[in-house]
Design a protein. Structure first.
Lengths: 126, 292
């Protein structure tokens, strides 16, 4: 379910935070979806369980996940608030900024960049 | 009742005139997996030996389950497991005999677990120890430290001779042990990628001192490389707290800092009128940067 890279400079708990936020925002993880247990994730990815617990706790505080007694954590029912457009745009903001900076360094025009994005978008749909 | 597995305050150790460890204070709690990093000669083995009570501190104190480590009662010792850097296997025995000898010291030896692991790790119980490879011997000494299900497991470079597959099996087993939250693991290794997977806390030893201790997550958030860009042709002068090194190159600079926070970033961007991009570093790079 997650793509986790322990050797990355980004702490594992942050990798989980970002991926859950993104998947909830996009509706890939609808409300009520069960998340893998901390133990399962730790053993499946061979990573320390505490960093996973930390991510789950933060997501619970944010209201994205719900803790259920004796059952796996689930995506909270109010989580759909997070899928409103401004929120989602805010999340992709830093990536867009990086792309624009790189495009300017390469002296591409706005039209060229938009064209490239459109092509990528269509290829991704196929 | 003391809930800490290990507690040390101002721990120091000298051998003759040579000061090996100086003023270390730390704690280990159940559930912790602590990765100990340090260059050769930084004092890692001495630190682990103090924890095991093989030697007494010159100054300060170290307590294991509430008892001074070099005066541990037998019942407390039985709660500790150790995998030494150099194995202490008996060459003339077979694996089965060696396992039987160690098992006889403990009332709660888990022979089913060890039998299963021997199978999974490909350890032939009928093999004679003197005919085994370094890697096979290492697997066996790890098994010998697992069988009594220690609450504190101390490992000194346990995997140096294991291939990547065997190392992964070993990591998986350590994780299984740690997921019940009742046990503490302290292990030193030069294989940084293993520590990055397994540890939740990191100790970095440098010149006999604990140069850094804390969560692996916080370590990666506080020691970062900054890419700094000014608006003009020349970068203005700036000061960054906790800076380890800076390289200036016209309108650009890169700097590695050790106490990075978002507040520090905001202050730097405002005061020096520069743009800062933060690059987070893997553990190996952090280790190298701390030793430049």
């Amino acid at each position: 379910m997650f793509i986790l890279n322990p050797q990355s400079g980004i702490p594992i708990y942050r990798q989980i935070l970002e991926q859950v936020r993104r998947m909830v925002a996009s509706g890939q993880l609808p409300p009520g979806t069960a998340l893998p247990s901390v133990r399962d994730l730790a053993l499946r990815h061979t990573i320390n369980p505490m960093t996973i617990s930390r991510a789950y706790s933060i997501l619970e505080t944010e209201g994205l996940l719900e803790r259920n007694r004796g059952r796996p954590m689930t995506v909270a029912s109010q989580a759909k608030n997070h899928s409103q457009l401004p929120k989602r745009l805010q999340q992709i903001g830093p990536l867009v900024e990086q792309t624009v900076v790189a495009a300017k360094q390469l002296q591409l025009t706005e039209a060229e960049l938009v064209k490239t994005v459109r092509r990528e978008w269509e290829q991704n749909d196929e | 009742m003391n809930s800490a597995s290990v507690e040390a305050s101002n721990l120091s150790k000298a051998f003759g005139q040579k000061q090996v460890l100086q003023g270390m204070s730390f704690g280990v709690s159940p559930g912790d997996v602590i990765g100990v990093l340090g260059k050769n000669g930084a004092g890692k083995t001495t630190l682990l030996e103090l924890m095991l009570g093989f030697t007494a501190p010159t100054a300060g104190a170290i307590r294991v389950f509430g008892h001074e480590s070099h005066r541990l009662p037998g019942a407390i010792k039985a709660r500790v497991g150790f995998v030494p850097q150099q194995d202490e296997l008996l060459d003339q025995l077979t694996v089965a005999d060696q396992l039987r000898v160690i098992a006889s010291f403990y009332s709660h030896w888990d022979s089913a677990l060890i039998e299963r692991l021997c199978g999974e790790w490909g350890v032939n119980v009928n093999a004679r120890i003197k005919s085994m490879s370094v890697g096979e011997r290492q697997k066996l000494s790890i098994l010998l430290a697992f069988g009594h299900k220690p609450e504190l497991l101390i490992l000194d470079e346990p995997v140096a001779s294991l291939d990547p597959i065997a190392r992964r099996q070993f990591l998986e087993q350590l994780l299984t042990i740690s997921t019940d939250g009742q046990r503490a693991i302290v292990f030193s290794s030069h294989i940084v990628s293993d520590i990055e997977r397994l540890a939740n806390r990191i100790w970095i030893l440098k010149d006999g001192k604990l140069d850094w201790q804390g969560d692996l997550d916080s370590l990666k958030e506080s020691i970062v490389r900054l890419h700094i860009r000014g608006t003009g042709a020349e970068l203005p002068q700036f000061r960054i707290p906790g800076v380890l090194n800076v390289r200036r190159d016209g309108a650009f600079a890169t700097a590695v800092v050790r106490d990075w926070t978002s507040e520090a970033q905001a202050a730097l961007e405002k005061d020096a009128a520069v743009q800062v991009e933060v690059e987070m570093l893997g553990l190996e790079e952090i280790f190298v940067e701390l030793h430049k």
